[in-house]
Design a protein around this ligand. Structure first.
Ligand code: 5AD
Ligand code: SF4
Length: 446
């Protein structure tokens, strides 16, 4: 019997889908050891905080949560406090934890999630502390279990790491260089998921367009080839992917939207800024015109495609005119939704050293203007759905009201509608009756 049998665990996840998926893997490994999940960290024997370092507020929230674990440890000396994820790939963070948060028992990084069960067993057995971080690694560990967050949809990693070094971004330093999984391993994983009731997969990578898989016989497989392969998997209903880098979005991929019936007509295409000069300083390797051309091509070849984006406001040196370029680009594209971020200095990145940082109040004023414009655009896009019938994968019941179901359209719009829980996991036709800023309401078409 495992030393960990019967122990209760709680995972707190910060950050992106990549982290969410890593947490699913950690949960899967713990369940294989006989542990069971609990909702509150106060009720757990083991807490794992999976961290994000992409912006400073995630750092702050992490240290706040870490402070709260001290009390739990004082009450229960057997309690095991674990921290992992992107922040742990930075030495100054580990030094801070060791000096200021001595109640932490286990620290591990993004490259060695697979070693967590061994570290945990050792810490419980020998009552020691454990720190294990790898700088990077060239291999990919296959076959780790995962406890999915959703029954009918799943994330699937197709690649790890990033080679792009956008000047504001910490990810290439915390997640290492790009590594692509073998296409056969990805297809086999998706087939197993489909056999376990999964209808929709989201292919994950920092930049999926630069996926470079190699079949066991040595032939290459690019991202589009992979989509065609996955589109042939029987029983799978929907394919999504994120994130796409505009510099690598090929005509071949745009064609795949037309050819592959399972590929959802939705793309998350981070622009970051609408100004060519800012994009150059960000090292994004495309300009405003190229981005707008891509959007025009997508709209022409994939009628009805929905588009979302990420935008950073207040990048070092951003002038009023450069910010205006972002406002006009948002207007020209007509995004369905957008994530907006205040530029956050990340130690170790080139932009952190730029001497023309933007004052906080200027950043905030621009941010508010941008968010208003984006919300207005989203509300108008969503209002135009009223009267349309959309195919919705029913994901579950609304948290507020059991008689309301929630799901997503092919274009990734969240829809609420009255219905019975027996429909969860099915794709149903929903007539849209109301378009709100962040979601739609509808009714099932009989
Ligand atoms: N400051 C603000 N936003 C950032 N992002 C990445 N790094 C930073 C930073 N230093 C944003 C980008 C990216 C998203 C995941 O986070 O918009 O696309
Ligand atoms: Fe960061 Fe740029 Fe890589 Fe995205 S593409 S993870 S923004 S460095």
């Amino acid at each position: 019997m495992s030393l960990l049998e019967g122990k209760k665990y709680n995972i707190i996840t910060f950050g992106c889908q990549m982290n969410e998926h890593d947490s699913e893997t950690i949960a899967g490994m713990l369940q294989e050891e006989g542990c069971t999940p609990v909702l509150a960290k106060e009720e757990s024997d083991i807490t794992i905080i999976n961290t994000c370092s992409v912006r400073e507020n995630a750092d702050k929230r992490f240290f706040g949560t870490l402070g709260q674990l001290k009390k739990i440890k004082e009450k229960n000396p057997e309690y095991v406090a674990c921290v992992c994820g992107c922040m742990m790939q930075q030495q100054h963070i580990i030094d801070t934890i060791k000096s200021k948060y001595p109640w932490v028992d286990i620290i591990f990084g993004t490259h060695n999630i697979d070693s967590f069960p061994e570290l945990l067993n050792k810490v419980v057995r020998e009552k020691v502390k454990a720190v294990e971080i790898l700088e990077d690694r060239s291999d990919i560990i296959e076959g780790l279990p995962a406890k999915r967050l959703f029954r009918h949809k799943s994330f699937v990693n197709i690649m790890y790491g990033c080679n792009n070094f956008c000047t504001y971004c910490i990810v290439p330093y915390t997640r290492g260089r790009e590594k692509s999984r073998k296409p056969e391993d990805i297809v086999a994983e998706i087939k197993r998921l489909v056999a376990d009731d999964v209808k929709e997969v989201t292919l994950l990578g920092q930049n999926v367009n630069s996926y470079q898989g190699v079949f066991s016989d040595g032939t290459g497989c690019d991202f589009t080839d992979l989509i065609y392969l996955i589109n042939d998997i029987e029983g799978l209903e929907r394919i999504r992917f994120m994130t796409s880098h505009p510099k690598d979005l090929s005509d071949k991929l745009i064609q795949a939207f037309a050819d592959c019936d399972k590929l959802c007509k939705y793309i998350h295409l981070p622009v970051q800024s609408g100004s060519t000069s800012v994009l150059r300083r960000m090292n994004r390797k495309y300009d405003r015109e190229k981005y707008l051309n891509l959007v025009a091509k997508l709209r022409e070849k994939v009628p009805g495609i929905t588009i979302s984006t990420d935008i950073i406001v207040g990048f070092p040196g951003e002038t009023e005119e450069e910010f205006e370029d972002t406002m006009t680009l948002v207007d020209a594209v007509g995004y369905d939704s957008a994530f907006t971020f205040l530029y956050s200095i990340r130690t170790g990145t080139p932009a952190a050293e730029y001497d023309n940082q933007i004052p906080e109040e200027v950043k905030h004023a621009r941010f508010n203007r941008l968010v208003d414009a984006i919300n207005e655009g989203s509300a108008a896009k969503n209002a135009a759905y009223v009267g349309r019938v959309e195919k919705v994968l029913v994901e579950g019941q609304s948290k507020k009201d059991e008689s309301t179901l929630t799901g997503r359209t092919d274009g990734f719009k969240l829809v609420d509608f009255p219905g019975d829980s027996s429909l969860i996991g099915q794709i149903v036709d929903v007539e849209i009756t109301e378009g709100k800023t962040f979601s739609l309401r509808g009714r099932i078409v009989e």
